[in-house]
Design a protein around this ligand. Structure first.
Ligand code: ARG
Length: 263
């Protein structure tokens, strides 16, 4: 099959190396991508989205996003946590800029990775971090297992992140956001075939592309009606026509997340 940009967090330490790493991973099938802003939307702040967390390494270099759902609990992607340990990861809240030093930095005391997770294209891409320090920020609500109707095709969803602003580009120093429509399951299957696992994934994006999450946005939220309904997971390139972004279908994992949030 084609080179899916699944399951790889960016080595976001340095913009140049992140771009090089991203292009190495992307293996774009057409190699002619015009600049396509991920979050074709706009810059925003963690004041506007206080539950938006940076997941960083021990040096506070961001590599994924996460969503604060309780003062000490952060929902992110399983693929972001592969190879990480409680000592290798930090969570940073209240920091709009990657090069900022403000906000709250917490160590992580627990990493729960969905035990069924193998690869983002197989689904199960959810993890919950337990923080050592409470975050003094408003938490996000997340969908319950019964709220499956939130994914009706055409529903507007919001994406957020510091990821690359084009398929082979660099990360955004400032948090960005955009809105994208939810894509029907049949539409997503037309794009991705058997890599689309309907029970575990939901797609969002425009048919013509142009707005999407990209490398470094993984783990961050897909909000529907202001409620966490998806987790940035994977896609073919970024913002390509005919290839929407793929997000973890959180209703499927809501009860598992709740068990972790309560633990
Ligand atoms: N896997 C990427 C990450 O780790 C996210 C890719 C999202 N791709 C997309 N086309 N929506 O940051």
């Amino acid at each position: 099959m084609f080179g899916l940009t699944r399951a790889r967090k960016t080595a976001a330490t340095v913009v140049a190396t992140a771009a090089a790493a991203a292009s190495a991973l992307l293996a774009s099938p057409t190699a002619s991508a015009a600049p396509q802003p991920i979050v074709g939307g706009t810059t925003t702040t963690t004041t506007a989205y206080p539950f938006m967390m940076q997941i960083t390494d021990a040096s506070q270099n961001q590599f994924c996003g996460g969503t604060l759902v309780a003062p000490k609990k952060v929902v992110t992607a399983a693929h972001c946590m592969v190879g990480e340990t409680t000592s290798s990861v930090r969570v940073v809240g209240g920091r709009t800029y990657l090069n900022g030093t403000n906000g709250t930095v917490s160590r992580v005391s627990g990493i729960w990775i969905n035990p069924d997770y193998t690869d983002a294209t197989n689904g199960d891409d959810v993890a919950v971090l337990t923080l050592s320090t409470s975050m003094p920020y408003t938490t996000a609500k997340y969908v319950s297992s019964s709220q499956t109707s939130v994914y009706a095709a055409g529903t507007t969803a919001r994406i957020l992140g510091w990821g690359t602003t084009s398929e082979n580009g660099g990360s955004s120093n400032q948090l960005r956001t955009a809105t994208v429509p939810v894509v029907s399951d049949s539409g997503c299957r037309s794009s991705y075939g058997s890599d689309f696992v309907q029970s575990d994934m939901v797609c969002a994006g425009y048919t013509s592309g142009g707005v999407d999450t990209c490398q470094g946005d993984s783990g961050g939220p897909l909000l529907i009606g202001g409620v966490l309904a998806g987790i940035t997971s994977w896609g073919e390139g970024c913002a390509e026509a005919g290839y929407p972004g793929v997000y973890t279908r959180l209703t499927t994992f809501s009860d598992l997340v709740t068990a972790q949030v309560g633990s």
